[in-house]
Design a protein around this ligand. Structure first.
Ligand code: OKP
Ligand code: ZN
Length: 340
């Protein structure tokens, strides 16, 4: 299996961030991608390829122009406005009441940002764009006839919406790949999100789309990030009605509950009969992940990959979360080698 990877993600290296309970060490760090890369490099079934020069239109289709401009400019604007510290962290949030983003970097940060733990550093925009480029390179390989591919994307993407960042995500790599595929092939794409957190950005981007089925398994948003989305009642709207399936699980759910729920997700996807499948692969559902709150055995990922393979649909896997560095490589490798 080909693995699209670029070392450029390293320019996005968040260190310390603020939360309600005080400063904490950021977990969405370059070592994550490096651990996955090392595990795949050690296995001869995988071939690591650099991103090519894909058409990037899908990035513009998925993400609003003002949001893309903001992401590219905000760090420099923040610094020259004299804001401290040297990373962009919103402190003002308009909630549902704001009228406009305004001009001041502090206002703009809270307009496009949704939390305090998704900082923008000097290299963030570049790294996010490079991740999308990896995903789009993999899509080109899929369109050229490869059946199964993996884009080792970092930063992750599934919490990023059309014009907002959050949950460590800036550009929605899976959504960008999906939009490109849907445009090139006339539709019928399914996205299966198995990160421990609900893929709210992906859901929102395709909520009204008749071309894309979105399915997410995740910890109950009553108890877990992203809190405001991910409930079973969210089923899509207009032409997209019935094409969003949320399967929330109780906090601490283990394999015995996860596997039958996963089977329901695959049944829904099989019934939709998509031409392509995008998997948002987060491995933060394992029991000792420091961010996710499910209790999966690390060995489950081989079973999940095997079951996805049985669908027989050309598949692109895009990396999302997973924060237990020592387990990341094996979980991802097990999923991909069972899929291949
Ligand atoms: C990103 B992905 C700060 C931590 C709050 C954020 C979870 C983001 C998950 N106190 N949790 O893996 O889906
Ligand atoms: Zn997650």
């Amino acid at each position: 299996m080909q693995v699209v990877y670029s070392p450029e993600h390293r320019v996005h290296a968040p260190a310390e961030c603020m939360s309600a309970s005080g400063p904490f060490r950021h977990r969405e760090v370059p070592q994550r991608a490096e651990a996955i890369l090392a595990a795949l490099e050690a296995d001869r079934r995988f071939v690591i390829v650099p991103p090519g020069d894909p058409v990037m239109n899908a990035l513009e289709e998925v993400h609003a122009a003002d949001y893309r401009a903001y992401l590219a400019e905000i760090h420099a604007a923040w610094i020259s406005a004299g804001e401290a510290p040297s990373i962009v962290v919103p402190e003002l949030f308009p909630g549902r009441g704001g009228r406009r983003a305004g001009r001041h970097p502090a206002n703009r940060a809270g307009w496009f940002g949704t939390d305090t733990f998704t900082p923008i550093l000097a290299g963030t925009a570049e790294a996010a764009r490079e991740a999308a480029r990896c995903a789009l390179t993999a899509v080109d390989l899929l369109l050229a006839g490869e059946e199964r591919l993996y884009a080792l994307t970092r930063p992750p993407g599934h919490h990023a919406g059309r014009d907002f960042h959050g949950g460590f995500c800036y550009f929605n790599n899976a959504a960008v790949a999906t939009a490109h595929l849907a445009r090139e092939t006339g539709g019928r794409i399914a996205v299966l999100d198995i990160d421990a957190h609900h893929g709210n950005g992906t859901q929102e981007i395709f909520y009204a789309s008749e071309h894309v089925l979105t399915v997410s398994l995740h910890a109950d948003p009553n108890e877990e990030f992203p809190y405001y989305w991910g409930y079973a009642e969210e089923t899509g709207i207009g032409p997209g009605e019935g094409l969003n399936l949320n399967l929330p699980l109780p906090l601490g759910a283990d394999d015995s509950l996860y596997l039958p729920t996963f089977a329901r997700a695959l049944e829904r996807i099989a019934a939709f009969a998509p031409r392509y499948l995008i998997v948002s692969l987060g491995v933060d559902g394992i029991a000792d992940d420091p961010i996710g709150h499910l209790s999966l055995a690390p060995e489950i990922f081989g079973i999940l990959g095997h079951n996805v393979r049985a669908l027989g649909i050309p598949t692109l896997v895009v990396q999302e979360g997973g924060y237990r560095i020592t387990h990341l490589g094996t979980c991802v490798r097990d999923f991909l080698s069972a899929l291949d």
